[in-house]
Design a binder for this molecule. Sequence first.
Ligand code: KE4
Length: 435
Amino acid sequence: MPPVTKNFTISKSNEVFKEALKHIPGGVNSPVRAFGPVGGHPIFIQSGSGCRIRDIDGNEYIDYVCSWGPLILGHNEPYVARQIKAAVDKGTSFGAPTELEVQLAKLVKEFMPSIDKVRMVNSGTEATMSAIRLARGFTRRDLVIKFEGCYHGHVDGLLIKAGSGATTLGVPTSPGVPQGYIDSTIILPFNDSNAVENFCRERGKEVACIILEPVAGNMGVVPPKPGYLEKLREITRHYSIVLIFDEVMTGFRVSPGGAQELYGIKPDLTTLGKVIGGGLPVGAYGGRAEIMDRVAPVGPVYQAGTLSGNPVAMSAGIATLERLRDKNIYKQLEKKSQCLAEGFEKSARDAGVKTYHTRVGSMLCTFFTKDTVHDYKTATSSDTKRYARYFNGMLERGVYLAPSQFEAAFVSAAHNDSDIEATIEASCQAMKDLP
Ligand code: KE4
């Protein structure tokens, strides 16, 4: 790994960014890509292959964003790419069912036995929005409990004390959310089952669902405390509240069967995204047949989508999950992710930088704080300016991390040992360079 890429320049990216600003709000199609919080401008990517991406200035980076999680197999994985191309040759969309949708549905059920039936949509946001409407329709209750710092996409009722870009940009509760939504969304601290118990003791019978990221990945990575998920399952059973695991990020990521497999908890509904589409736009929600059979056309809860189950996107998802049947992939991911996390931790310690490190499977985070991080309050105690300097130090050394302290780094099957070593070396130098 070169100490710092000598002629590191992003002049072409800056030029295109200026042009983009004229046509697209903030020059980006998703705020968290904007680089604002890390003090720069977004770099425009030309191509990706394996674990590396190249920008339009010709700089190459080892990529730990991996499209924010979908690319667990890496960029342009040959089998996935072949299947996408073959699907395109047969036509891109029919607005009618194809066998591919049935194939992907069966694969999802194979990985996640808690899912009796599953509906494909086009994003994680659509999945969580639909799951909440379904939970409300099924229980005929209005209240939704979510947790501070968890992010479930830009659903009106959930953009309250939300994580990811909402926190990064300092607007965890978005303007434009009607008071009615705010009143029916109860925000509680993550990892605090007493808070849930106390609320439900008073109003449990009004609560339609509890939705959470079983491993929070949008305030940085914050694992559930031992017993936390079990307690939520117990409380939701007691009050007949629908328990929704938002596994858009953790699904097929922290283990083949996601967090529900890793922690042995069976939610009532699961929302999925990212990996399920293998880099193409796919979301899904699924769970107990008794609940899912309330979805139109078989039930009254309406949800629809022009491109839901799109054959090209289905092909990408099927190819990805077929490859993920090889459990050795997860063994390798665990080994490489552990090595990387230990390397990050050592690089900070050797440089005398106060950090706190978390990891679940191949999603990990370095918090620039001396606190132990277990919820939104401790996560946001991090020094985001220090993270920004570290981010840029890594970028100039050819390592592409999330341009926000409140995101996860993802390892893919395409990262090999030398990539991990090079990343750790870059981290040692970037940490030493921190003022
Ligand atoms: P999408 O609508 O972006 O496909 O999924 C929304 C979503 C739902 N649930 C969880 C747990 C999620 O992490 C997400 C989206 N994650 C962010 C990154 N933390 C997507 C990146 C972005 O917003 O550009």
